[in-house]
Write a protein that binds this ligand. Structure first.
Ligand code: NAP
Length: 420
């Protein structure tokens, strides 16, 4: 691979891969490629790097250090080179295996639907993993935000992300509609509506469902979680969403039979009490699940979801514990992982040193967890908690917290560093 366009520090080492476990093998000075990002990326990404560097230095007494490598992408890259997502960026994430990105503007027109989707699909980062838990002191619209402690495994390469769509009135839409009406006997699109109907197709496959559910169950088993819930809309879309549920159960039966038990088996064979040490596999219809996260929050720990359900559920869950300024995640494949905040570029705050860097910082903490740099991760988690309890927060939280001190993005990063 040709990395002439990017500057790799001489001391930086490539993260390896343990073929047997699929886990990264992390040297003491790993190269971590990152995308600064558009909009508030210029504020939150440097803040994240400062805090992580400080925590790593403190946790390991200087014996470990990240060799950060900036990669071109997004609007800044487009203005400089005419490329939204240069090949070198994809190659570097692939080669160095673990990276992090700031938010990217979605180009309007020009053939790219979304840079984030392109990165996930090209690198096959099929599990969009989003932990949602409460940090003491955060403002919340619910009475018991501390009940929320879930992790969502959202499929990130198919379903609506496959992007199979045709605009109403185009020859392509016309062709598909004619095919559906004439050859497939579809009567749901009336003749009168044919010219004014857009078409979308969502594929959900057995292989991609099973590898996603496998990740969710493996996580639940490793962390001793009580259950994994398959969230679907199988009552309406039987052969996509319903198949997601069925293949999910099949994955549990065939690959985790010793560690899991289905909710039906718990009821029929175990008197309603899950056997000790077994992860219960259950399923819920997506609309019901949206109310369950509010009404029976503590019943759920690990969720596995097709793409669109995961999008809705993760924002709804995040809203219960602090919202977009906090919501974080990672895109994880079999060999490569790229971490990112859930929020976008928030253009109205771009460059104002105002946005909350916590979401990207907590994504960085997930990255440290993924690298097994647990001590540094823990230091940051605790320090963010202390800053929030001290009510030293950015504007988004300050406006909801009585008596809070409103800090800029960089001052919040410093407040976290001061509490490491
Ligand atoms: P957004 O950028 O997430 O911002 C929406 C609102 O959320 C902001 O106006 C702000 O609310 C709040 N917010 C977001 N990030 C925050 C932070 N770090 N700290 C505090 N508040 C924060 O969503 P959008 O305006 O719909 O999207 C803007 C652009 O980002 C679009 O081009 C979109 O495609 C792109 N996008 C990129 C990603 C990604 O790169 N992963 C994800 C989503 C969207 P208040 O104004 O109420 O304070």
């Amino acid at each position: 691979m040709n990395f002439d366009r990017i500057s790799i520090p001489a001391h930086g080492q490539r993260i390896g891969l343990d073929e047997a476990t699929g886990r990264p093998v992390v040297p003491d000075q790993p190269v971590i490629p990152y995308i600064l990002g558009d909009g508030i990326g210029v504020d939150v990404t440097p803040a994240m790097i400062r805090v992580i560097d400080a925590a790593v230095a403190k946790a390991y007494d200087g014996a470990r250090r990240i060799a950060w490598v900036e990669l071109p992408a997004g609007e800044r890259s487009f203005q400089a080179t005419g490329e939204w997502l240069p090949q070198v960026t994809l190659d570097a994430f692939q080669h160095f295996r673990v990276g992090i990105k700031g938010p990217l503007t979605t180009p309007i027109g020009g053939g790219i639907r979304s840079l984030n989707v392109a990165i996930r699909q090209t690198l096959d980062l099929y599990a969009n993993v989003r932990p949602v838990y409460y940090i003491q002191g955060l403002p919340s619209p619910v009475r018991h935000p501390e009940h929320m402690d879930m992790i969502l495994f959202r499929e990130a390469t198919e379903d609506v992300y496959a992007g199979i769509e045709w605009q109403a009135g185009t020859p392509e839409a016309d062709k598909i509609i004619r095919f559906l009406r004439q050859e497939m006997g579809v009567t749901a699109i009336a003749e009168d509506d044919a010219a004014g109907t857009g078409i979308g197709i969502k594929p959900i496959s057995q292989r991609k469902t099973r590898r996603l559910v496998r990740k969710a169950i493996a996580y639940a088993v490793a962390k001793g979680k009580a259950s994994v819930t398959l969230v679907h809309k199988g009552n309406i879309m039987k052969f996509t969403e319903g198949a997601f549920r069925d293949w999910g159960y099949q994955e549990a039966r065939e690959n985790f039979s010793a560690q899991t038990v289905s909710e039906q088996e718990v009821a029929a064979q175990h008197g309603g009490q899950a056997p000790a040490g077994k992860v219960v596999i259950n399923d819920r219809i997506a609309d019901n699940m949206l109310q369950q996260i509010l009404t029976r929050t503590t019943d759920y720990q690990v969720l596995a979801l097709p793409n669109l359900n995961g999008d809705y559920l993760s924002d709804a869950a995040a809203a219960q514990v602090g919202g977009l300024g906090i919501a974080h995640g990672g895109n994880i494949g079999d060999e490569v992982a790229v971490f990112e905040a859930v929020h976008g570029t928030a253009p109205k705050y771009a460059g104002l040193d105002k946005a909350n860097p916590s979401a990207l910082l907590l994504s960085g903490v997930m990255m440290l967890d993924h690298m097994d740099w647990d001590d540094a991760a823990l230091l940051i988690r605790q320090a963010i908690g202390r800053a929030i309890t001290d009510k030293m927060v950015t504007y988004d939280l300050a406006r909801q917290l009585e008596g809070a001190t409103e800090l800029s993005c960089s001052a919040f990063a410093q407040a976290v560093i001061d509490r490491l």
